[in-house]
Design a protein around this ligand. Structure first.
Ligand SMILES: [Cu+2]
Length: 107
C-alpha cells in the first residue's frame, strides 16, 4: 500500500512539474501583438515616445490615452500630432512597444 501511495505521489509531482514547465514556456519570451486605431496626441522622437488616444483593444485594454515606446524612429516619419492612425502594439513582457504605425487618410 505504501508503494502505491508513493507511486501516486510521484505521478502527481511529475504531472505538476510538466504543467508548470509548459506554463513557463508559454509566458517566457512570448510575443503578442495587438492592432489598434487611434489619434496622435503628442510625440517626442528624441526619447522615442508617442502618445496616442487609442480605441478599445480587445483582450488587452480599454480605450485610453497612453504613451507608447517607439524603437524604430522611422515610425515617426510622416506622422503629425492630430493624425488618425492605425498601429500594432507588441507585448513581450516586461516590454511593450509600438511596432508599426500607419496614417489613416483623411476623407
Ligand atoms: Cu492603452
Amino acid at each position: 500500500m505504501r508503494i502505491l501511495v508513493t507511486v501516486f505521489v510521484l505521478l502527481l509531482a511529475a504531472l505538476f512539474a510538466a504543467g508548470c514547465g509548459k506554463k513557463e514556456e508559454r509566458s517566457a519570451g512570448e510575443i503578442r501583438s495587438y492592432r489598434f486605431v487611434g489619434q496622435v496626441r503628442d510625440m517626442d522622437p528624441s526619447v522615442g515616445q508617442i502618445t496616442i488616444a487609442h480605441g478599445d483593444i480587445p483582450n488587452f485594454m480599454k480605450a485610453m490615452t497612453m504613451a507608447m515606446v517607439v524603437k524604430d524612429s522611422n515610425l515617426f516619419r510622416g506622422i503629425n500630432i492630430g493624425d488618425s492612425v492605425r498601429g500594432v502594439l507588441v507585448v513581450q513582457r516586461p516590454e511593450i512597444w509600438l511596432d508599426s504605425l500607419a496614417l489613416i487618410p483623411k476623407m
